[in-house]
Ligand binder design. Structure first.
Ligand SMILES: Nc1ncnc2c1ncn2[C@@H]1O[C@H](COP(=O)(O)OP(=O)(O)OP(=O)(O)O)[C@@H](O)[C@H]1O
Ligand SMILES: [Mg+2]
Length: 387
């Protein structure tokens, strides 16, 4: 009885089936790992050219999968977008749509060996060389990570070590990246950085432990740590979600100022559309591992086109606008294992057309800067073909 009930469950996998899957997974991931761990790789294998010199990063058809015992989770399934130099790109989408996995792929920090980049390129221009991060071996990546690309996380305590003083933790970053600097120079630079992120009592904070600081102060320390080496790109994954609104505004302001000061770019991940509107130049909207719409911040906010983006906009409270009930997108995100080959949003969509029964919609160019994957805009595609 119990077994039958279990078997009816669509997600149920028998023990032998699971063993078979994990055996296959091991075979696949071992190949990837072997390639990644090679010591003497010719640079021609992992260096490349940017398609547009104005970009610092170009994600090109990126696929990052997790080979789990219940099947392959296609967390990022064909993502293509650019981060221009000096600009901020906001990535939005519901929980689990692959925002973090996209940024972790760029840092080569996806949980290994289950998580692997299986296809596509991530071109990163460090100022001198252009790397294809998807092919870069671990030992080369260690020089890029932290130095050229820095990451700020949601919860500052995950970055800071609770048992070491702030100063020591920041000094350590500099020691690692500038081995020829002496202790005095390192300390002076750390204190200067603490001042730069708006900490008034920098000398005092230098000697404190993380628990002695408030959440906002801790996040400032994390920003100081991320910016230590003037990175080309800052990835901020929900940097202000753990903070209250006033501190949030201060931290975002700080991030914007510092970005301009060191002329780097920001990849800002958040599910807060307000933050995006304030900070971003370009917006990427993700849904279930794919990009459903992208464009300039103006395109997305003035002319949201994909039903999912329209839903997101409607579910955001607006000051001064009276509504009886805030809009809620019906249904939930589909199971990431065994995704169907039709629009992933179809079953939740209130604007479904007869075309939506077909395969996954193509990317449709709505304007020079605005793209959307939805059958509602088939006219644009047909018009283009007719031209
Ligand atoms: N280590 C892992 N093993 C298996 N699946 C994973 C792993 N990490 C992430 N995933 C899956 O990848 C998908 C994307 O996850 P990701 O963390 O990128 O979501 P997200 O968009 O950042 O969500 P959130 O807004 O909650 O941070 C999810 O379906 C998640 O279950
Ligand atoms: Mg995330």
């Amino acid at each position: 009885m119990f077994n039958n009930k279990k078997k009816k469950d669509q997600n149920y996998i028998s023990a032998s089936e699971s063993r078979r899957i994990s055996r296959e997974n091991r075979k696949i991931t071992r190949e990837f790992e072997k390639k990644r761990e090679r010591k003497h790789v010719d640079p021609s294998e992992y260096t490349t050219k940017m398609h547009d010199e104005n970009n610092v990063v170009e994600f090109d058809n990126l696929h990052t999968y997790f080979f789990t015992d219940i099947g392959t989770v296609k967390s990022v399934d064909g993502v293509t977008f650019d981060v221009p130099i000096g600009k901020t790109v906001g990535i939005v989408g519901e929980s689990g749509c692959g925002k973090s996995v996209t940024s972790l792929s760029l840092m080569q920090l996806v949980q290994r060996p289950t998580g692997q980049i299986v296809e596509g390129q991530i071109r990163f221009n460090d100022g001198e060389t252009v790397y294809d991060i998807a092919q870069t071996p671990t030992n080369v990546m260690q020089k890029i990570r932290g130095n050229k690309i820095a990451m700020i996380f949601q919860e500052p305590m995950t970055t800071l070590n609770p048992i070491f003083r702030i100063g020591m933790q920041l000094d350590e970053v500099l020691e690692l990246h500038y081995p020829d600097w002496d202790k005095e120079k390192i300390k002076a630079r750390t204190i200067e950085m603490l001042g730069l992120v708006g900490i008034a009592n920098a000398e005092g904070v230098y000697k404190m432990y993380p628990h002695e600081l408030s959440g906002g102060m801790r996040q400032r320390v994390c920003i100081a740590m991320a910016l230590m080496c003037s990175p080309r790109l800052i990835i901020a994954d929900e940097p202000t979600t753990a903070l209250d609104v006033t501190i949030q505004a201060q931290i975002l302001d700080l991030l914007r100022q510092l970005k301009d000061k060191i002329n780097s770019s920001i990849m800002l991940i958040t599910h807060d559309l307000g933050v995006i509107a304030e900070m971003a130049d370009y917006v990427v909207v993700m849904y279930a591992g794919r990009i459903v719409e992208k464009g300039t911040v103006h395109d997305i906010f003035n002319n949201p086109s994909h039903p999912y983006t329209i839903g997101l906009m409607n579910s955001k409270p607006v000051v001064g606008k009276k509504v009886d009930e805030l809009y809620c997108i019906p249904g939930k995100v589909p199971n990431p294992v065994a995704m169907p080959n039709y629009c992933y949003f179809r079953d939740r969509c209130e604007m479904r057309t007869e075309h939506c029964d077909g395969e996954y919609p193509p990317v449709i160019q709505l304007s020079e800067t605005h793209q959307c994957s939805c059958y509602r805009y088939l006219d644009y595609l047909n018009k283009k073909k007719g031209e």
